[in-house]
Design a protein around this ligand. Structure first.
Ligand code: ASP
Ligand code: MG
Length: 413
């Protein structure tokens, strides 16, 4: 076990014989870990083991399997332009289902458990529907229930704004709920259970040679998550770093040790992982003056949009990519400035993540040659301190990840 056990509650009887060390543990289970009755029962048994060892347990759970996607599909059948507010009311029902089912599964095996939605707990967020940020978490109700000996099951991904509208935290946001709870409750452990055994140098479903990392720093993990690694929600890593919450990512299906996410100190120049973001949008503006291009970019930055892989192939052209959830802002900004470009969805961004990549000689050249050798066409590329990203056709993304992983393996030898 990588985590040092902190003593939360230390009681000794008068004869000093019995010593009990109790921890407060936050465990988060993702959608695939609770996708059907069988998996729900399995998860309930795991939670029950930890509880019976004398720990206080708070569980955060996501919607089962593909429930969230299905709910989005249902909304789209009604309208292509649903309001963010109503989407959040709809999407939050997925987690409301899974918390109650998990509480039932625990009760069934004799564990006292109780489910709470985000608004019942008091998970307060800003009012940005579908991408809300947690501002504050009330702990009173959870602590009361823990005192009574209950396991508390909290709905991930949801909160409530100042006006008591339901909000959601962005896709994959249950991880962030878990970290926010672990920090607010000052928990001893925050464990994120998923269907892989931790954080790998690449998605092991795409790259069979991928290596499990025993540990990774917050910074490396943050770049991995924001460049498309789905294993953790990027905001959860940001929050964990800010609040110094040590995360453990591990499998809900096996007992294998997972990956510890902690530490801020960068090691020597190294490559940590390869990611792919298949949701990027690419825009190509033609006949735009240099001045207009610079004003347009400034405006996007002002609106919190960070274009990536920006290029000016000719004096009057501008190419850039943004993440899909900035589509509306980009298109609104284009319209306001009488500019026009269509979002091109045929691209993916593959990235080598690491520390001090600048200090590895010819790293960008090596990445591009490996792609060339594999016969994969590529567009813009960029090398920074912590990542080297390349734009590829979306249907070549998996092949691209495998090629970049060969580069990584050479450097990890
Ligand atoms: N159910 C939500 C989603 O599918 C949140 C999560 O899984 O963390 O994005
Ligand atoms: Mg997830």
């Amino acid at each position: 076990m990588h985590i040092l056990v902190k003593e939360r509650c230390f009681t000794q009887d008068i004869s000093q014989k019995a010593v009990m060390i109790m921890s407060l543990i936050v465990q988060k289970f993702g959608g695939s870990s609770v996708r059907d009755v069988q998996r729900l029962r399995h998860v309930a048994r795991r939670i029950s083991d930890v509880y019976h060892q004398g720990n206080q347990v708070v569980v955060v759970v996501s919607a089962q399997g593909k429930t969230t996607d299905q709910l989005i599909g249902q909304a789209m059948e009604v309208t292509k332009t649903p309001s963010g507010r109503e989407m959040d009311v709809l999407l939050s029902t997925g987690e409301q289902m899974s918390i109650s089912l998990l509480a039932m599964a625990l009760n069934q095996i004799g564990c006292p458990a109780l489910s709470l939605t985000g608004w019942q707990v008091g998970i307060h967020t800003d009012a940005v529907h579908q991408n809300a940020r947690i501002l504050q978490v009330d702990t009173q109700r959870i602590l009361q229930q823990l005192e009574k000996g209950n396991i508390v099951i909290v709905a991930g991904f949801q909160g409530v704004d100042e006006e008591r509208n339901i909000t959601t935290l962005g896709r994959g946001g249950s991880d962030t709920t878990a970290v926010a709870l672990a920090s607010a409750l000052n928990a001893d452990h925050c464990q994120i259970f998923t269907d892989v055994e931790g954080v790998y140098t690449a998605d092991p479903r795409i790259v069979p040679e991928a290596v499990k990392l025993p540990e990774i720093t917050y910074n490396d993990m943050l770049v991995m998550a924001s460049m498309g690694a789905k294993v953790l929600h990027d905001r959860s890593v940001e929050l964990a770093k800010e609040k110094q919450v040590h995360l453990e990512v591990l499998s809900s299906l096996t007992e294998a040790p997972g990956t510890l996410v902690w530490g801020v100190k960068d090691g020597p120049p190294s490559m940590q992982g390869i990611t792919a973001d298949r949701t990027v949008l690419r825009y190509h503006l033609t006949s735009i003056s240099l001045e207009d291009a610079s004003h347009f970019m400034t405006e996007l930055y002002r609106r919190q949009v960070r274009p990536d892989l920006t290029e000016q192939p000719a004096d009057n052209e501008l190419l850039f990519t943004v993440s899909q959830h900035h589509r509306q802002t980009v298109e609104k900004t284009l319209k306001e400035r009488n500019l026009w470009a269509e979002a091109d969805e045929r691209w993916a961004k593959v990235t080598v993540v690491g520390s001090q990549l600048h200090s590895i000689p010819h790293v960008k050249q090596e990445v591009l040659s490996e792609l060339e050798e594999a016969g994969i066409p590529f567009g813009s590329s960029w090398l920074g301190e912590r990542r080297c990203s390349v734009l590829l056709p979306r249907d070549a993304a998996d092949e691209g990840v495998r090629a970049l992983h060969r580069v990584l393996l050479r450097h990890r030898e």
